[in-house]
Ligand binder design. Structure first.
Ligand SMILES: NC(=O)c1ccc[n+]([C@@H]2O[C@H](COP(=O)([O-])OP(=O)(O)OC[C@H]3O[C@@H](n4cnc5c(N)ncnc54)[C@H](OP(=O)(O)O)[C@@H]3O)[C@@H](O)[C@H]2O)c1
Length: 344
């Protein structure tokens, strides 16, 4: 293990982090230190069984734990969880994690970013989406410090294509066998990223620091509207897919995870919050506007083809590889745990 470069992965047990841990381990060039609150979770145990992966118990919102985590590592891949720690803490710990990494002499820092919706939408407050903007602000700050001593790279994702299985993008099967996506999506293209390709992009960043240093790599598998999602579904499965556009008001009542949820919905509803916390409804109203109006459809697909030649090329290819049938499956660890705690 001595000649392997050690990478700290924060958020490694999550939907986005798991393929990263797997790709780093499989490469044979890196070892992984994975920060988790719960080393006994199924996800943590599965990853710890991979070659050259060790677990470190700790929390991303503890400076003491961050110091322990960053000590002695070559690189870091950092996905903070806004759905747990909230927008304000995500900004604070996003900055602190970066500063602590610099203190410990980390050589390459990859930040799992999302589009800074408010900035990309021209500072119009109706696009202020807390969980996007928290990461976007931190991403901008990280790149602003330049590339001497520590290389920094942003891996900027949009909504996971895999959310067609879980959470916001799951269609409802109707009695006549058709599948309906009822949501407030406009007709813009949404940059969906297949989680299966996240590991390769992350590995490419660590393997190619001369190209990835200072880079904001906006990734997507395909940029598609909701009408195209429904059409693709019909073509692939032979079942009728329909996008039914409804008003935000009509949608929010049905979609809210639980009454009065906040944007950090993964934490109990009765935990005190101050006025900086957006409600789930406010947060995801902006989220639908930003993505479905096509404001994030800015990915350079030709560049992605070059750095990952065997990437999943399209939504259609993804649906075929997955044998996607419109029925739900668990993707997000947080959502899985919320459902478990809520009971049947
Ligand atoms: N859903 C999407 O389409 C999408 C798209 C792009 C970006 N994102 C962003 O991805 C983030 C969530 O990651 P995910 O999608 O991988 O979700 P996930 O599957 O629910 O996983 C959540 C991850 O966050 C970790 N975590 C949460 N609180 C932590 C804490 N206090 N200390 C240490 N680790 C903590 C969990 O680790 P342990 O439980 O093991 O501690 C787990 O690895 C969010 O910020 C979200 O905005 C989501």
């Amino acid at each position: 293990m001595e000649n392997l470069k050690l990478i700290l992965v924060i958020g490694g047990t999550g939907a986005q982090g798991r393929p990263v841990v797997k790709a780093l381990s499989e490469s044979g060039r890196y070892s992984v230190r994975l920060l988790t609150r719960n080393p006994a979770s199924d996800q943590a145990k599965e990853l710890a069984a991979l070659p050259n992966v060790t677990l470190l118990q700790g929390s991303q919102d503890s400076q003491k734990d961050l110091h322990a985590a960053f000590t002695g590592v070559y690189g870091a891949w950092v996905n903070l969880d806004g759905f747990t720690i909230g927008e304000k803490s995500e900004i604070f710990y996003g900055i602190r994690a970066y500063e602590i990494a610099r203190h410990h002499g980390v050589k390459h820092y990859v930040f799992a970013n999302i589009d800074y919706a408010l900035r990309k939408a021209g500072w119009d407050e109706q696009y202020h989406c807390g969980h996007n903007d928290a990461k976007g602000r931190v991403g901008d700050l990280i790149l602003s410090h330049g590339q001497s001593t520590m290389k920094t790279s942003l891996l900027t994702t949009g909504p996971y294509m895999d959310m067609l299985y879980d959470g916001m993008f799951v269609p409802k099967e109707q009695a006549d066998g058709s599948f309906v996506w009822e949501n407030p999506a406009s007709d813009g293209k949404i940059p969906l990223i297949a989680l299966d390709d996240i590991g390769v992009y992350s590995l490419w960043m660590f393997d190619n620091p001369s190209e990835s240093a200072g880079l904001d790599l906006e990734v997507a598998t395909d940029q598609v509207s909701f009408a195209e999602i429904a059409e693709t579904f019909t073509r692939v499965t032979g079942k009728k897919g329909v996008h039914k556009c409804v008003s935000l008001e009509e949608y929010l009542v049905k979609a809210e995870l639980y009454p009065g949820a906040y944007s950090n919905w993964a934490v109990k509803p009765d935990v005190p919050r101050d006025e900086s916390f957006m409600t789930w409804r406010e947060n995801f109203s902006s989220w639908w506007r930003y993505w479905s109006e096509g404001k994030g459809a800015t990915r350079d697909m030709a560049f992605l083809d070059r750095i990952h030649a065997s990437r999943i090329p399209s939504l259609e290819a993804w649906m075929r590889v997955k044998s996607y049938d419109g029925r739900p499956q668990s993707v997000l660890k947080d959502l899985h745990e919320l459902r478990k705690n809520q009971g049947p």
